[in-house]
Design a protein around this ligand. Sequence first.
Ligand code: F6P
Length: 392
Amino acid sequence: MVVHGPDPHFPEDEAALGQRHALPGSCGVDREDAQPAPFRKDRGGDPGSLYFPIVPTNKIAVLTGGGDCPGLNAVIRAIVRRSQNYGIEVLGIRNGWQGLIEADVEPLTAFSVSGILPKGGTILGTSRVNPLRNTEDQQRLFSNMKRFGIDAVIAVGGDGTLSAARELHLLGLPVVGVPKTIDNDLRGTDYTFGFDTAVNIVREAIDRLHTTAESHHRVMVLEVMGRRVGWIATFGGMAGGADLILIPEKPYHIDDMCRVIESRRRRGRPFSIVVVAEGAAPAGDPPPDHVGGGASSGVGFSVAAQIEKRMGVETRVTVLGHIQRGGSPTAFDRILATRLGIRAVDLVRDEQFGRMVGLHGTRIGSVTLEEATAGLKAMDLEQFAEAEVFFG
Ligand code: F6P
């Protein structure tokens, strides 16, 4: 079938596209100023005609930014499927904000998201590119919004991606945020998807370390992710029955650590499992430097060396690293991501821009992007005290 006129996904005729207009209130276009688009391809109506005089095009673009995490594909799928309910088209932006700056987009359909629910990573790719780094990039981003007829963006990301979304919203971008990070350090949501999967990976690693630790009467130090917060270390450690957990929120004392290991030895348990968040630091020291990301901070090795030196007990180190971010999401993360994706589309439909969806108790609610990005959500020390009951 020959389709006449510009393809709104990959426009060749910029002049024709210039006649199209964003949804009222979006892309910095005031409701009053917005004009209805003259033409659009329609899905129904008179079968003899390809184009109809009409209503504004409804098109959402979705991007995934920052470090990947299990559940991103579940959220993309939910956004596409919910949008379908409303007759809204969806464009995927590749590699986070970078794709919107570089016009790197692809149409997403129910067919293209079929089968991705259990897959880790993100079919859209990701990057940590900051769209606010210069005005030229910002201009390209806004002009690509117009070029592709995008009415609103759903940005799925952590603190960095959503802080950029907050700033772009102030500049006129109609955007809704979806929280994601294995670190669970975003405000405005009780949990982020990806966290539960990471915790289960830590739990399994501890289960495996336990048997070998016990056989060899060793101390096993497990370094886990969490540059600035200890959610993964605390939950993973609790689930695996760790004998000691070190987190960034609570600087550690080597004497206390040795006391715990010694008291276990005296009880006839000459092995111990010590879980260390990569951002943990001894009292009086600054937190480890994580500028490069990725590589171990080395804190696990430093803790192990101190235990071995002070106590003369054989100690081994495991750094879990990116294994915590890979693979298939747990059922909890799939469901959470799906519910957040559905709600994000509902917010766009209701023109509730500048907000982030989140899990509040058992319900999916939303907060402003300002609230969500006003500092990190540190580990609750009252909750950490529950893990401390099992130290030693
Ligand atoms: O923020 C998520 C996270 O996985 C952190 O826990 C970790 O410190 C960091 O990303 C690793 O970053 P990268 O993937 O860039 O090495």
